[in-house]
Ligand binder design. Sequence first.
Ligand SMILES: CC(C)(COP(=O)(O)OP(=O)(O)OC[C@H]1O[C@@H](n2cnc3c(N)ncnc32)[C@H](O)[C@@H]1OP(=O)(O)O)[C@@H](O)C(=O)NCCC(=O)NCCS
Length: 217
Amino acid sequence: MASPYAVGRHPGWPARLGPLHVPAGVVELRVPRITDGRAWSRIRLRDQAYLEQWEPTVPGTWAERNAPGAWFAQWSTLRALGKRGMSLPFVITVDGQFAGQVTVGNVIRGSLCSAWVGYWVAADIVGGGVATAAAALVVDHCFTTAGLHRVEATVRPENAASLRVLAKLGFRYEGLFRRYLDVAGAWRDHQCLALTTEDTPTGLVPLLVAAGKARSA
Ligand SMILES: CC(C)(COP(=O)(O)OP(=O)(O)OC[C@H]1O[C@@H](n2cnc3c(N)ncnc32)[C@H](O)[C@@H]1OP(=O)(O)O)[C@@H](O)C(=O)NCCC(=O)NCCS
């Protein structure tokens, strides 16, 4: 039997999502490009203190892992996972400029049809509605074109901004994973929050628009 993760066209990736107007600007999602390295590195090196505390521990210094040349390995890994249908990796742009990433990972099909979502945005645009818009766009995409049934997010209890993003989108608290992930050098508890298609029959973007938090172009 052919592997469900063979290289080829999988539902949901590549894709372009948006635009959606939020206070920070016009949010769109597109596939990562090899040419994103300079913008990605500039933001990541500048925002180390703000990002590092929430990101999984990996070998190497922050400067090494986020140097412009480090993008190629990340880009090619994301692209390979996307091509195999194992992940839906997107770059977030605001007014056409690289502003962060939102990734749907660990896509499991069959009788689970589930995945996780993760995101980060540049420090100079926080509080502008970007992550909420990006997550809404990608979850709606997961539940329609990509054919998934459940999307979960795992968040450290201390990450109030990320928990607020998920609360605005109606993610349901499902439990606490003890010492779940090695983040910033230690095994950290994470809250698990999730949505299934039944929770959002009309989609998340229409909810944001109706609440006055976003405007479709
Ligand atoms: C979490 C993150 C993605 C949020 O991005 P963002 O674009 O600022 O998100 P939004 O503007 O859509 O929403 C953020 C909400 O959190 C609120 N918020 C921000 N900091 C907060 C804090 N310390 N306590 C409580 N609420 C907070 C904002 O006021 C906003 O809510 P509001 O719209 O009701 O005012 C961003 O801060 C980030 O990239 N952090 C570092 C990486 C990270 O934590 N990723 C997620 C890992 S689970």
